[in-house]
Ligand binder design. Sequence first.
Ligand code: G6P
Length: 371
Amino acid sequence: TAAQKGGHDSFMAKEIHEQATAVADTLRGRIESGKLHLDEMSIDPSVLRSVDKIIVVACGTAANAGNVAKYAIEHWCRIPTEVELAHEFRYRDPIVTEKTLVVAISQSGETMDTLMAMRHAQEQGAKVVAICNTHGSTIPREADAALYLHVGPEIAVASTKAYLGQITACYLLGLYLAQVRGNLYPDEIAALMEDLDQLPAQVQRVLDDAEQVGDLARAMADVSSVLFLGRHVGYPTALEGALKLKEIAYIHAEGFAAGELKHGPIALVEEGQPVFVIVPSPRGRDSLHSKVVSNIQEVRARGARTLVIAEDGDDDVLPYSDVVLRVPATRTLFAPLLTVIPLQIFACELAAAKGLDVDQPRNLAKSVTVE
Ligand code: G6P
């Protein structure tokens, strides 16, 4: 299996390093001369134009991808979008009509919770788009349309390249809806897709810095708790960073919305507490950047060790950061494809440094086919 791992110590490490290709594979053939081609969107455009609500159903990492999708779809398409853990969805008598579009995200396409949520929505007349990786699996077969990731088989239990593929596919879905419904001008869509096309090369640039993250993880192999803060699309990234660390390194980890810090979580911060902070772009139009920089300052003043993920050239973070991990500049909505990568590498390298089985974490299965 050493050969199958392509020189990496684990399938997870291999899959992390395949992510530039993964994003390119999800995009391939779907963008042509500034237009979006999603031939597999086999739901009638008139139905898509009548959609008045989107509900994303998913579990685990796929649900975190759905949380990124919400920000993009609401911004581009102005369709109210909810994200719900699939196992919570159908038991609370959710409001679903023929005008509801359900997006079921599942790497395996076999997660029972997600399948049952999707069937429940279909029974009320909703149309379902599946975003899946495994061809011919149950969820895309039963859905009204299926968008495949095309990222190749994911072997490690903890999802990495499928996560990037899921987010990329959600961007394509959002832009397609905006195109069909006329929410964005064709030249705006073309400009967005041009930037999206830069992402594989930018993902590769983050991967090229893996060594620095690996050194950090090995130096922190004995930590017992790590916090993750993010705001806007950095919030789902914080949740995903914490999930990875729990899943494979068995470390108590929690992700918080940075704005929530003062409403509770800051009480957790004591001397030496490691806190990852995902910083929004300083080029954003709003003041989120300075608010998150203040959060770094606040936790550091209380003794936290701050591990900061910030855009190239963002020097505002330097006075308050113990470690800065850099990502290339992109649009705010596309940043989740970059900022999560150091967090994946951190979890993978830390678990390996603890001598754990990175690919087969205890108590977890790659695909959970029972409710
Ligand atoms: C399991 C796996 C997770 C995965 C989740 C959803 O819990 O351990 O890594 O994120 O299922 O899987 P799916 O195949 O539906 O994306």
